[in-house]
Structures are given as structure tokens and as C-alpha cells.
Design a protein around this ligand. Structure first.
Ligand code: FE2
Ligand code: FE2
Length: 273
């Protein structure tokens, strides 16, 4: 069912002279979050307990996310042979827990859950597109292209199921907007900051949310360009039921871009202090 396999990657083309040291810690952190996809599938299987079609799709989806983690982890070990993907992930898994015993979506409805999933796939598709465009190392470039293509497909998968549930649950535009904004805001929660910590900091360093989140954000935001934000905004608009291309999405993309630049500077100043 997968659209590509780890064996398809041209690993023998790996060129250590072209590794960008700013990308390596981001790849290590991303490998943690991606590899954790199986836990998310457990949660989705519970939330969509009586929907076998979606449950099967969620299991295939998780296989692809795990493969993203494994490919990124393998690349990071080539770029930094002192790094151990499996032990870094074991630390992450031990310290970061999803609500696996949930009986219903933490978003309040299945439509809401699927909108939140669309936000995540919007974020990952833009992120890997940005990293792939920035990468000079050919193997990383290939991996990011494969992953970004998967993330766009994942968005479509969750979007299609969301439309099905929306017809049934009919939640208001305002609630859909609130769920979308809430999930985007969560990108500064522990999931990524803790992945940064486990992927990049020594065992004896204590996890500190503020520090790790700032370190991660400062590096990640540097790779975005306006066209990534513009495309992502269109996907967000589409997921909540607004026109993906138009004056409102244009203005929102420009505002989001300005906000990102402002936040980048603020974080840089904080890190320098
Ligand atoms: Fe992924
Ligand atoms: Fe994905």
C-alpha cells in the first residue's frame, strides 16, 4: 500500500560534504514525532471504533508515518554516526504519551478530530517541502520529497473522511475554525519540543519546555518561504470550509508570514539573551 519504500531511497548517493548542519537536529527531532505514528493510530482506532473503513485507512496511514521516522532516522545516523535513532526514540516514547485510553475525540467530535488531522498534515506537508527545497544533500532531498508527497495525500485522506462526518455532525464554521486554530497553536506544545530534547540533548540534560521549544522553532522557522505559508493557508481554509484561493486567504497568508517573521526575531533575541 505504501507509495515508496525505504529501500527505494538511493542511500549510496549520500554525500557527507553536502550535509547542512542546521538541518541535522531538525531531522533528528522529526524522526521522533513521525515514528510515534503507531500510537496515534491506536487513539484513532478507539475514536472511530465503529468505522472499519477509516480504521483501516488509519492503520495504513500510521505505517507511512513510521516509515517517515525510519527514513529520517537512518539519514540522521549517516549524517551523524554518533547518534542512535532507536535509543533516542525509546526516550521519546517513554516520556511523551498520547491519550490512548480516550473513548471519544479530544476535539469534541469526529469532524473536529479530522480537521485537527488536516492541520497536522498541512503542517508536515509544508515543512518537508521547505526542508526538501533547502537540503543540498541529495539523499535528504529525495527523502523529504517522498515524505512531503505522502503528507499531501494524508491531508486528502483526512479531508475526504472529514467531509463525510461533517454531513452527519454538521458542526458550525466557528467551531471548525476554533478547532483548526487550537490545533495549530498546539504546535508549540510538548510533542515537538520534547522530540527536540530527545533527539538532540544528552541523557543527563533535564527537559525544559521553553528552552527546547525555542531551540526547535528558531531553526525550523528559518526554512520556510512565503510560498509554503501561502499554500498551507489554502489547505487550512479548505479544511474549515472556506474558499482556499481568494482575498481572505491571501491576506491571512501575508499576516501569518509577518507573524512568523516577528516570532522568529523574538525567539532569536530570547535565545541570544
Ligand atoms: Fe509524516
Ligand atoms: Fe502525515
Amino acid at each position: 500500500m505504501k507509495h515508496w519504500r525505504i529501500e527505494d531511497v538511493a542511500w549510496d548517493r549520500f554525500d557527507p560534504t553536502k550535509v547542512d548542519p542546521d538541518l541535522v537536529p531538525l531531522v533528528k527531532a522529526a524522526a521522533m514525532v513521525e515514528r510515534n505514528g503507531t500510537d496515534y493510530a491506536v487513539y484513532l482506532n478507539r475514536v472511530f471504533g465503529d468505522d472499519p473503513d477509516f480504521r483501516q485507512a488509519a492503520d495504513y496511514w500510521a505505517d507511512e508515518e513510521v516509515q517517515h521516522g525510519d527514513a529520517l532516522g537512518k539519514w540522521a545516523m549517516l549524517a551523524d554516526p554518533s547518534w542512535d535513532y532507536q535509543s533516542a526514540f525509546a526516550r521519546y516514547k517513554a516520556g511523551y504519551k498520547l491519550p490512548l485510553d480516550a473513548e471519544a475525540s479530544v476535539r469534541g467530535s469526529r469532524t473536529g478530530e479530522l480537521i485537527a488531522r488536516c492541520m497536522v498534515e498541512t503542517g508536515t506537508s509544508s515543512y518537508y517541502t521547505a526542508l526538501g527545497e533547502a537540503a543540498g544533500e541529495p539523499v535528504l532531498k529525495q527523502i523529504c520529497r517522498h515524505i512531503a508527497a505522502d503528507e499531501f495525500r494524508h491531508y486528502k485522506l483526512f479531508y475526504d473522511h472529514m467531509r463525510r462526518y461533517l454531513a452527519r455532525e454538521n458542526i458550525s464554521l466557528l467551531r471548525r475554525l476554533r478547532i483548526a486554530a487550537g490545533r495549530i497553536g498546539e504546535s508549540e506544545d510538548d510533542e515537538l519540543a520534547y522530540a527536540w530534547h530527545c533527539g538532540n540533548e544528552p541523557d543527563d540534560t533535564t527537559y525544559e519546555h521553553e528552552r527546547c521549544s525555542a531551540a526547535y522553532m528558531a531553526r525550523a522557522m528559518a526554512f520556510y518561504r512565503f510560498h509554503h505559508i501561502e499554500r498551507g493557508m489554502g489547505m487550512i481554509f479548505k479544511a474549515v470550509g472556506l474558499k482556499p484561493r481568494g482575498r481572505l486567504s491571501d491576506l491571512s497568508a501575508k499576516a501569518a508570514w509577518q507573524l512568523m517573521q516577528w516570532r522568529r526575531q523574538r525567539i532569536a533575541a530570547k535565545l541570544a539573551a
